[in-house]
Every structure is written in C-alpha cells, then in structure tokens.
Ligand binder design. Structure first.
Ligand code: GLY
Length: 377
C-alpha cells in the first residue's frame, strides 16, 4: 500500500501479566498497545506507571459492569482514584448531551488537566469518552480499553473521537490519540455472536486492503472467535496495519481513507435503514461486496475476489444479500450525503488486486446503483 516500512509499529513482549506490546510510531501518537488474554487485572499497574495524575474517569458501557469492576479494582489497587461513569448502551448515548453530562461529572469529581479518562466498551464508548477526553479542560489523557472485536481492530486505534448530531453521524469530534490502549481478548468470550461477526467484517476489510497471507489467514479462519493465540496474532495484524496507515496520514487527507473500503455503500445502507436493520459490520459486509463489484468493473480486480469475499462473509453469518425491503433510492440518496463525499464525487475506495488500493474513485451513479441492486439477487 505504499506505506513507509521504517515508520511502522514495533512489537515486543513485556512483562507476562501485561501481554505483548505494539508501539504506535510517534507520528501515529506514540503510545503502547497492550494485547493479550487474561491481562485485564494488570491494567492498573500499567496505567499508574504512566499516568500523570491520580484521578481516572472510568466511562464504561452499562452492559459491561463486571469488566468495569475488574478494571476499577485493578486501578484502585495501583493507587488510582476511580470515578465510575456508566453510559447506557446504544448509539443514542453518542450525543453532545452525554458529553456535557460526563464533563460535568469529571468537574464535580475534581479531575484536573493531569488526570485521565478511561474508555471501556465498544466503538460508541470509545468515540464518546474519547471526545470527552479531547474536550475536558482542553484535553486530558485517554486510555482505550476496547471490549468488542470491532473496537479492538478499528475504533480504539487511530484517535478518531466524536459524537452524532441529528444532522449526521460523527459530525462533531476531534482527533485525540490515546496514551495507552489495553486489549484483553478474553472479554470477547461474552460478546454476542452477531457482534463478534460484525467486528470480523472489519478484519475481512483489512485482509483485502493488505492481501497476501493476511487474506489467506482470514479466509481459512474457523468459527469465531477462534483459537486464542491465533486471535491475538490476528488482532495484532489489524492493529499494525492501521497504525502504519495512521502514521503517514493521521488526519485522513490521503491513505487513511483506504480504511473506508466498503464504508461508502455500507454507510448508505445503514443510513437508509435508520441504523436499525444492520449492525455496523453487517452493513460494511454489503458495502465491501459493492466496492469489490465496482473494483472488478472499474479497476481491473479479478471478479473471483468478490466471490471469495462473499464466501468468507457467509461463513461467519455476515450478509451477502440485501433485504428486499431496503429502498435503493434511499441508499443512493444517503451516499450523496456521506461525509466522505465532497458533494459531487463519492470518493470511494476500490482495489485493483488485494493489497493494491485506489483512492478517490467516483464511479458513475448508475453503476453504483447496479452494484447495490446486485445484492438483491
Ligand atoms: N475507521 C477508520 C479510521 O479510523 O480511519
């Protein structure tokens, strides 16, 4: 993908209790990503060794009470003062009203500029708590503790934070890099199957962006979540890929847009179905098939790759067919309003082969429409 190899993430093995560590390059934020199984109880020691202040606002999904209790206990044992802030599950919590509530909670608890926010949950929590960290007292330290596969391989890495407006998703936000990312794949054991598969859709996306042995590995992946050590390796591959991209283009003025493979049509399908019919990764699965169809028609991709993608998606319970009730006009309408579109061009990501990315493509709308309606057959 034309990413400079000498600015890549560096992986090493730390103290056993804290898992293996991938160091984000300085230009991607320069923070450690700890990754392992059964390492959650080590988070207090790791963070207390880096934190500048003693207070922590622990923003967590209300659905992960037990994990939040473990993180809190570990931090308290390490001498940190923890203020728990449960947030109701669901996208409606990603709002400016919730940002205000959390900032005021931080103020009431006496958090100062050296203190920190810990984001414990999936993508919604990471985006919301990340934006609180970016905004409170003009920015305080942030720790991501992702509890979904999607958050591990995507949203906890790279610094995107933000909340929704009625006018659009992620319309208010900031790039705010964490000081630590701490991932324990054991937490995935309690993740509903559908959510695990949804995260795997992003893994499949990386496989087509990178090609080579990552694509082969993903194609042959067994029932999710899969063998523990192999899963840690797989998550590490995705994290390393994203860090390499963010290192050269943190603000998405170029290469970072490649991570949107499958997201143009995917977001259109999500928006046209009120974000209710499909989980994010399910919509991305459909969007990936649209992108691969257009890649075959416009970028010389061997058509067999689209079938490869459909086979692996189906195997993990991800959709390769669009529900007949989904209104194609609404999907096309939503595509034009997508943040990635500049109002005229769609700015789609295509590939000419696995690992060979084309940015800023603008295929004719009737062909995009045909590629989406193909999903109905
Ligand atoms: N989720 C894509 C990105 O972080 O750029």
């Amino acid at each position: 993908m034309g990413v400079a190899a000498d600015d890549g993430p560096v992986e090493h093995v730390s103290a056993v209790a804290a898992g293996r560590v991938i160091e984000a390059p300085p230009s991607a934020g320069g923070y450690p990503v700890h990754l392992g199984a059964g390492i959650l109880s080590g988070i207090g020691d790791v963070w207390s060794g880096r934190a500048r202040g003693g207070r922590v606002l622990l923003v967590h999904d209300a659905a992960v009470v037990e994990i939040a209790g473990m993180v809190e206990a570990s931090m308290v044992d390490a001498g940190l003062h923890v203020v728990r802030a449960p947030v109701p599950s669901g996208e409606s919590s990603k709002s400016l009203a919730e940002v205000e509530r959390l900032c005021r909670l931080a103020a009431d608890a006496g958090l100062r500029r050296a203190d920190s926010v810990v984001a414990l949950g999936g993508g919604m929590i990471g985006d919301l708590a990340g934006f609180v960290a970016a905004s409170y007292q003009r920015g305080i330290d942030l720790v991501h503790v992702p509890t979904t596969l999607l958050a591990m391989v995507d949203s906890a890495i790279g610094g995107k934070t933000g909340v929704n407006l009625p006018e659009g998703k992620n319309y208010v936000g900031a790039i705010w890099q964490p000081k630590l990312v701490y991932m324990d794949v054991e937490v995935l054991d309690s993740l509903p199957e559908r959510e695990l598969a949804s995260g795997f859709a992003e893994v499949i996306k990386y496989a087509f962006l990178e090609g080579g042995d990552l694509l082969e590995l993903v194609e042959s992946w067994p029932v999710l979540p899969g063998p523990r050590e192999a899963l840690i390796d797989l998550v590490a591959r995705c994290v390393e890929h994203k860090l390499r991209v963010v290192a050269v283009d943190e603000r998405e003025s170029g290469l970072r847009a490649s991570l949107n493979l499958g997201h143009t049509a995917g977001h259109g399908i999500e928006a046209a179905t009120e974000y209710e019919r499909y989980a994010h990764g399910e919509a991305i699965s459909l969007g990936l098939l649209v992108a691969l169809r257009l890649s075959a028609d416009h970028a010389g991709l061997d058509e067999a790759h689209r079938d490869r993608a459909a086979t692996v998606l189906r195997r993990h319970g991800l959709p390769d067919k669009l529900h007949p009730e989904v209104d194609l006009d609404r999907v096309m309408d939503a595509l034009g309003r997508d943040k990635k579109s500049d109002g005229t061009a769609l700015n789609m990501v295509l590939i000419s082969a696995p690992g060979e990315v084309i940015l800023g493509a603008d295929p004719p709308r009737d062909e995009v429409r045909r590629a989406i309606s193909e999903l109905r057959r």
